[in-house]
Design a protein around this ligand. Structure first.
Ligand SMILES: Cc1ncc(COP(=O)(O)O)c(C=O)c1O
Length: 381
């Protein structure tokens, strides 16, 4: 398989490249033109529902499941849709049969959507154990292992971390968890779509991701991809007519839960947003995650070198085991970093302030010129 992306072909599908050096995909992933057109077409068709083909929704759902499963290295039948990453974590956390005194391990500086769903389990007597970073300021799997005991039921963690893009080794953590019958819930919002994930080769119970970043699908549609066998272990807290093997006319009222991840769906689904996700997935699958990763690593290497040669501090871990498409850097002064975001925005360069540092997150259609524009705009230190 080729690892070279034809950047210029895809670049034409992103109108914002005419105006912006957009290097902020860890915040929002823009719609490509094919997605804008698909959503417009669906919106127009919904002006007359009888004219929408009867199987339109079912086809969209099936194709999105297949696309997401391919990106996650899982199976289409194991994909469920939720409205946010937090809802996905709630689905997972509430699906376990917790006993008072059980505990869950979470990195201290995790994204809030991973943390609050588990804090909400404290009323059931669940202890949330926060794991501190190591002296280098990195997530350290050895610290997780050391914190596990026979009451540890779950670990919740991001694959690629939101603040500095540190990539955790899900295979290694999954092996540690599986050996102890601990469920591993991974937030893949910053990785699904851009970094290859082989769910079935890991001990991850389920990978969840919101669609508005690397899946180029806007807000309100997140996915939970279960590993083989996990659907039987995570009980659905919410159920509805779509969860069961029955039709709407069947009033025998048996709770025959579906055997697939369909059991987590309650009622009518967000077909508008799934239409966007389906269109964007066609592009991501064409381009391939391997090729996209190669392109973003090339661009972030260029960035890191340029930053270092002009005296900026690269905060992110750039080792091959932990680097990602997200690079955070600093002037050495948090206030100066914050001011820099606005200065760059005035020059039509979009990046973000995270953890008091400047976060840069290119995608596969970005080119060397985008990175060069940013480097040239940085004031000398
Ligand atoms: C790692 C990570 N997880 C999740 C989210 C979004 O969470 P939610 O879907 O609950 O709004 C973000 C958004 O920045 C994120 O960076």
């Amino acid at each position: 398989m080729s690892t070279a992306v034809d950047v210029t072909t895809y670049r034409e599908e992103f109108p914002l490249t005419n105006t912006w050096s957009y290097l902020n995909h860890a915040a929002w992933g823009p719609f490509p033109t094919r997605t804008i057109e698909a959503v417009q077409e669906y919106a127009a068709s919904w002006g007359s529902p009888p004219d929408v083909p009867g199987d339109y929704g079912a086809n969209v759902i099936q194709e999105v499941k297949e696309g997401v499963a391919e990106l996650a290295g899982g199976k289409a039948d194991n994909v469920a849709f939720v409205s946010s990453l937090a809802e996905g974590m709630n689905l997972l956390g509430n699906g376990l049969d917790w006993q008072a005194g059980d505990n869950v391990l979470i990195p201290r500086h995790e994204f809030p959507s991973v943390v609050y769903p588990f804090l909400n389990l404290q009323r059931k007597g669940v202890e949330v154990r926060f794991i501190e970073k190591n002296d280098e300021g990195r997530t350290d799997l050895g610290r997780f292992e050391a914190a596990m005991d026979d009451k540890t039921r779950a670990v919740a963690i991001s694959h690629i971390e939101w603040a500095d893009g540190y990539r955790n080794d899900l295979k290694k953590l999954g092996d540690i968890c599986r050996a102890r019958d601990i469920e591993l819930f991974a937030d893949c919002t910053q990785s699904l779509g851009i970094h290859p994930i082989n769910l079935e080769e890991t001990g991850v119970t389920a990978a969840a991701a919101h669609g508005y970043k690397w899946l180029l699908s806007s807000f309100g549609n997140a996915v939970v991809v279960f590993n083989e066998g996990a659907v039987e272990r995570i009980y659905p807290t919410y159920v509805g007519r779509l969860s069961v093997d029955a039709n709407d006319e069947d009033h025998n009222w048996q709770l025959n839960l579906r055997t697939t991840a369909q059991r987590y769906q309650t009622g009518g689904q967000n077909i508008m947003s799934l239409t966007a996700m389906r269109a964007s997935l066609t592009m991501l699958r064409e381009a391939t995650t391997e090729a996209m990763t190669a392109q973003t690593i090339k661009l972030t290497d260029q960035l890191a070198q340029g930053l270092e040669s002009s005296g900026y501090q690269v905060i992110s871990d750039r080792s091959p085991e932990h680097r990602s498409q997200i690079v955070t850097f600093s002037t050495g002064d948090r206030e100066r970093n914050a001011a820099l975001i606005g200065e760059l925005e005035e020059r039509k360069i979009s990046v973000a302030l995270r953890g008091g540092c400047v976060r840069v997150s290119p995608f596969f259609y970005n080119n060397e010129e985008d990175v060069e524009t940013l480097l040239e705009a940085l004031p000398p230190l």
